[in-house]
Unconditional design. Structure first.
Length: 54
């Protein structure tokens, strides 16, 4: 995300979401997808209940 100039709201959660989304799609995420994850990680984490709990 550094190469895109994105400063994630919650860096750890955003990283976990990127890994999870990448594993599910089997392809690299687009710049727009990375921006969305970086800006709204807490909201997007709601799509994966129980999978991101520590």
């Amino acid at each position: 995300m550094d190469g895109l100039g994105i400063e994630p709201v919650d860096e750890d959660l955003a990283f976990k979401l990127v890994q999870l989304c990448n594993a599910q799609t089997g392809r690299p995420l687009t710049d727009d997808e990375l921006r969305l994850i970086g800006g709204y990680p807490r909201e997007l984490a709601l799509l994966f209940p129980g999978q991101l709990d520590d």
